[in-house]
Design a protein around this ligand. Structure first.
Ligand code: FES
Length: 195
């Protein structure tokens, strides 16, 4: 009966390393790229109907100040007794958690980024926004200067690009005698509250 032949294990030579190392680096790079693409695009939290918590009644804007689509105004709301940077927009269509007055649609958002708490800004030039934030759209959006996160007002503040996962919290709006008031805020109020 013949002895089974022992399989010989070939030693890795220096010449082998010349292709093994670059191949491993390339595979690692594409793996990282795939993970990052997945994280940027597919792990964003959905925006749902807001659960409001009552807060102080604060004037956000006079309707005349928002007399055209995409006009906006920064204002300060009050959260737990401290001033909170916020923004109110006039939008082209109604969005969840916004307010419609006649044929005008409004939305108010916190300007505190849900990633690490920087103050987000209104980016009114979509072309510049595409370069700076890598987010391509045909209308203004909210952008965070710290790590270039982008938030979409037409999706009720949803995080759409960059590291933030959660939307900007919405502020409840009410209208009275031509004035928009903010009267509460969405819970959990990220990033100041977790939920
Ligand atoms: S703090 Fe806004 S993207 Fe990081």
């Amino acid at each position: 009966m013949r002895e089974p032949r022992l399989q010989q294990v070939r030693k890795v030579t220096r010449r082998d390393l010349l292709w093994i190392i670059p191949s491993a680096i390339t595979a690692g790079f594409f793996g990282w790229l795939a993970w990052r693409t997945f994280a940027i695009h597919l792990t964003k939290a959905r925006v749902t109907e807001p659960v409001w918590r009552d807060g102080p009644r604060v004037q956000a804007a006079v309707l005349n100040e928002l007399n055209a689509q995409w006009k906006f105004k920064y204002f300060e709301y009050v959260y737990n007794g401290s001033p909170l940077k916020a923004v109110v927009f006039r939008l082209s269509e109604p969005v969840m958690g916004g307010l419609t007055v006649g044929d005008a649609h409004f939305l108010a958002l916190s300007r505190i980024c849900t990633h690490q708490g920087c103050v987000v800004n209104y980016v009114d030039n979509p072309e510049l926004g595409a370069i700076a934030y890598n987010y391509r759209t045909d209308h203004p959006f909210m952008g965070c200067p710290c790590h270039f996160g982008a938030f979409e007002p037409l999706q009720a503040g949803k995080a759409v690009f960059g590291p933030p996962r959660y939307p900007l919290p919405r502020l409840r709006l009410e209208e009275e005698n031509g004035v928009l008031y903010s009267t509460g805020y969405e819970t959990p109020f990220r990033p100041l509250e977790q939920g």
